[in-house]
Design a protein around this ligand. Structure first.
Ligand code: SIN
Length: 516
């Protein structure tokens, strides 16, 4: 054990907490967060997918994941996910994790979109994420230092090694902190869109932080739009889990006509991208879309979180209809990592939604994200635990020799950024709109050294930069695949052999062109 060695984890969701739990007995662990609520895990209603049923096999879970991902997944990463995932979940079950059970004490195993078998475990009905976080936080409390109300503004890199972070607190105070290893677990980018299931503070900054540190990013164009956010009076009130359709709910128009009938063999449980596009098309044609939940017995007991959201939105559940619309939910691409979660910058790891492990391909299979966080969280922790001791960092502790620029730069308002991301980089995209968005983003002060930006503007700068990185990727993919749908290139290109090798090469070349 070497508590002299320090690990900084940026984030506090499931992936951050798994690493913290695994390392806190061995290292000094510091978790830096914008706020304790600032993560998407706590909002995760849907469960955790794992092979648990007798008639299921890891090969089926593997194939479903590849099929949903339109075969752009990294197959080795998917194997690791489904095989190790199922062992880890069995450990949790043996350690009395409170997965939902029936009155006989048997595990309740649900089904969600694009899964061929029942393999979704839930906790507290639709409170799976919240209960997982409680479970993990109980184990790390007292052994980990939480630094809250801080936004990380820069990763400190020396000789291609990440040695610490610069951060700013809510009063504008800037500080630096050094570490032996830095884990980026900042979540995705849903907050960059006007309509999202994400916590609004999750705005893709991790992507830009890693980009400026010299890491490679990939597949950022693949953003999953969840088909069913509760939508009332022009606002979203939160997620209506796919588990509700897993229980039999159907998407309908006001007159009862079914939205997904004849649209896909799996109808309401078709892959998310298919369902979202159909709902969006229907809504654009001027029809409201509802989830008919009238056939679900004990809805309020099974889905307490959704019941609560309906109350907040004044939706009368006795009528059995929940108004819904799609919204940004999950980014499949991110900071490229190997199977150990290592980025291309030494001592910098990426994990969870900010990472591109390659498990999700062009479209994530439902309930695979919590599993990814668990499996790759363990991978990162094992790698950090086993890495040779580094004494050098101790000399750097407390060093604050940054000169901060005070010259304000020109950036968009967050409100306008979100509006335009929804409009041009949403469910339906096309070249003209994407280029218009890119030009608009480039009218701001984007391409300049990160040190020349005043710390108080760095968060908005990173959000704008993340949007630029996403748009640039969306322009580069001249085909429609999975969650990336372009009107001007409506079909998939063939030739996916060696996708991963070629894609990484391509991205590296693009980054060199753009000076990243
Ligand atoms: C849901 O409950 O529908 C969301 C869960 C997930 O994104 O996998």
């Amino acid at each position: 054990m070497n508590k002299e060695e320090r690990v900084i984890i940026i984030g506090n969701g499931i992936s951050a907490s798994v690493v913290a739990m695994e390392l806190c007995k061995h290292k000094e662990v510091i978790m830096i967060t914008k706020g304790l609520e600032s993560n998407n895990t706590v909002r995760a209603q849907g469960g955790i997918a794992t092979v648990i049923n007798e008639n299921d096999q890891w090969q089926y879970h593997y194939e479903d994941t590849l099929r949903a991902g339109y075969h752009t997944n990294h197959s080795e990463a998917v194997k690791l996910l489904v095989r190790k995932g199922s062992n880890y979940i069995k450990d949790w079950i043996n350690n009395d994790f409170p997965f939902d059970r029936n009155h006989k004490g048997e595990l309740l195993i649900g089904k969600e979109g694009a899964h061929t078998h029942h393999r979704i475990l839930h906790a507290g009905g639709d409170k799976t994420g919240e209960i997982i976080l409680l479970f993990l936080h109980k184990q790390i409390l007292g052994n980990v230092r939480f630094i809250s109300n801080q936004t990380v503004t820069q990763l400190i890199v020396e000789n291609r090694k990440c040695i610490g972070v610069e951060m700013i607190d809510h009063t504008g105070h800037v500080s630096t902190m050094y570490a032996d290893d830095v884990v980026l677990a900042t979540g995705g980018c849903g907050g960059l869109f006007e309509v999202t299931s994400n916590h609004p503070s999750i705005m893709g900054e991790g992507l830009s932080l890693a980009y400026h540190a010299g890491a490679t990013l990939s597949d950022l164009e693949f953003i999953q739009f969840h088909p069913t956010l509760l939508w009332e009076n022009g606002y979203t009130f939160g997620l209506v889990s796919e588990a509700v359709r897993g229980e039999g709910a159907q998407l309908v128009l006001g007159n009862g006509e079914r939205v997904m009938k004849d649209k896909h063999v799996l109808e309401d449980l078709a892959p998310r991208d298919v369902v979202s596009r159909n709902i969006e098309k229907t809504r654009r044609a001027g029809y409201d879309v509802f989830l008919d939940v009238s056939m679900i017995k004990d809805f309020q007991k099974k889905f307490p979180t959704i019941t609560n959201l309906c109350e907040k939105a004044n939706v009368d559940l006795t009528k059995g209809l929940i108004p819904v619309a799609p919204g940004a939910h999950f980014i499949m691409g991110g900071v490229v990592t190997d199977l150990q979660g290592r980025t291309e910058v030494d001592q910098l790891y990426a994990l969870g939604e900010v990472a591109y492990t390659g498990v999700h391909g062009a479209n994530r299979l439902a309930s695979n994200s919590l599993l990814e966080a668990l499996v790759f969280g363990k991978q990162v922790a094992i790698t950090i635990k086993d890495s040779p001791s580094r004494k050098k960092r101790n000399n750097q502790r407390g060093q604050t020799n940054f000169i901060h620029s005070t010259k304000q730069i020109n950036l968009p308002s967050l409100q306008m950024l979100r509006k335009k991301m929804n409009k041009y980089v949403g469910i339906y995209r096309e070249g003209f709109g994407l280029s218009k968005m890119k030009q608009w983003l480039e009218s701001f002060s984007l391409h300049q050294p990160i040190d020349s930006i005043p710390p108080s503007q760095k968060a908005l700068y990173h959000q704008t930069m993340a949007a630029w990185l996403i748009v640039t990727s969306a322009i580069a993919r001249t085909e429609s695949r999975g969650a990336h749908y372009r009107h001007d290139y409506p079909t998939c290109k063939e030739g996916l052999q060696d996708y991963h090798i070629n894609r990484r090469k391509q991205i590296r070349e693009q980054q060199m062109i753009s000076g990243g």
